[in-house]
Design a protein around this ligand. Structure first.
Ligand SMILES: *Cc1c(COP(=O)(O)O)cnc(C)c1O
Length: 366
């Protein structure tokens, strides 16, 4: 008997997640100096992390011999205050990705369907397949807009989860609060809407689904400290939802799924409002800088509102390779069915300028 024959079926159908390559790996592979490499591949914060969050993490490191508070009391208390919700409406995850997996443990099994858009965040599909459930992928509308009416129309009696992100990744486009409310109200009572807000802090005004929670809609909202808060390496995210839903997700979680270091950093990051505002402003400027630059190069791009843009470059993988040889790591989105496009994270002003210059050189007819 082979291991493959012994393994659970869902594991074998897992597509392999291809993360943005780490700088050191690219340096090794191409014989480049890591100091000269810029990574604009994983939507990380080019401005680093809040110094207050890092100081809190260092303090927490002093007690590394102790298990964390597995209830994450301080973080949930801080979140409850921020959102004006009950502490029992929050669950903390090892990144918000873990919470997607916890939803799988709690709600997915063979025979169940999960509805999502084509070219949506790959983890939705990975988790669906891992639990033997069936992903149902809904086509995007013109201009790579997410079509929430089509999403609602794809729901069947077998649907358990509907995944939606706004801004979406990798496409970057948003849906209005009105559209999302309409979707939530259209879903039948056997369906949970998983609203992924990984990039919500980059918006001037993010959709607020708390009134829908209050009216008893089945919704869970996912947030992360990996993006605007700049703590991707520490792995911490959270979700808020009706307390009955949170109680079930809590059961699927390991007792100490997030380190005390990460949770302390998260509390301090929430308090550093200035850092977040600064990052939001710089990101806006970066989106404009990149968008104007793409337009000048006569490249079509999607007017995304996260901390990244999708730009149409022809052969996405070839341009990705050429940029990488020049020390710029970006993300080809061919695995998402978008072979002509490249996803570029917003960097610092200098990094954005270098990306645009290098892109011009790579695309110039020789
Ligand atoms: C980056 C991202 C996340 C966050 O993942 P973490 O596990 O919190 O690092 C979640 N959803 C989407 C769509 C993302 O792009």
């Amino acid at each position: 008997m082979t291991y493959a024959e012994l393994a659970n079926k869902g594991i074998l159908t897992q597509p392999v997640y291809e993360p943005g390559k780490p700088i050191d790996q690219v340096a090794r592979e191409l014989g480049l100096d890591p100091a000269g490499i810029v990574k604009l591949a994983s939507n990380e914060n080019p401005l680093g992390s809040s110094p207050k969050a890092i100081a809190a993490a260092m303090r927490a490191l002093q007690d590394a011999q102790l298990y964390p508070d597995g209830g994450y009391y301080l973080l949930r208390e801080r979140l409850a205050k921020k959102w004006n919700l009950g502490m029992d409406q929050f669950v903390i995850g090892d990144g918000s990705n873990e919470i997607i997996e916890l939803l799988g443990h709690a709600f997915l099994a063979p025979g169940v369907e999960c509805v999502m858009h084509q070219a949506s965040f790959v983890v939705y599909k990975l988790v669906t397949l891992m639990f033997g459930a069936t992903p149902v992928e809904v086509p995007l509308a013109a201009g790579l807009k997410q079509d929430l009416k089509a999403l609602a129309a794809a729901v069947t009696p077998r649907t358990r989860l509907v995944f939606l992100a706004s801004p979406a990744n990798p496409i970057g486009t948003t849906n209005t609060e009105a559209e999302i409310v309409e979707l939530a109200r259209a879903l039948p009572p056997h369906v949970i809407l998983v609203f992924d807000e990984a990039y919500a802090e980059y918006l001037e005004k993010a959709p607020d689904l708390r009134p829908l929670l209050a009216e008893g809609r089945k919704i869970i909202c996912l947030r992360t400290f990996s993006k605007i808060y700049g703590l991707a390496s520490l792995r911490v995210g959270y979700a808020y939802a009706p307390k009955e839903l949170i109680a079930i997700v809590q059961r699927a979680r390991q007792p100490f799924n997030v380190s005390a270091i990460a949770s302390a950093a998260a509390v301090a990051a929430l308090d550093d409002v200035e850092f977040v505002e600064h990052c939001r402003r710089e990101n806006r400027a970066g989106l404009t800088q990149l968008g104007d630059g793409f337009a000048k190069l006569r490249l079509d791009y999607v007017r995304g509102e996260g901390n990244f843009l999708l730009v149409k470059v022809g052969d996405g993988v070839a341009v990705f390779d050429a940029l990488q040889r020049r020390g710029l790591i970006t993300r080809p989105v061919k695995p998402y069915g978008l072979p002509e496009w490249l996803r570029v994270s917003v960097g610092t002003r200098e990094q954005n300028a270098r990306l645009l210059d290098t892109l011009a050189a790579v695309l110039a007819p020789n």
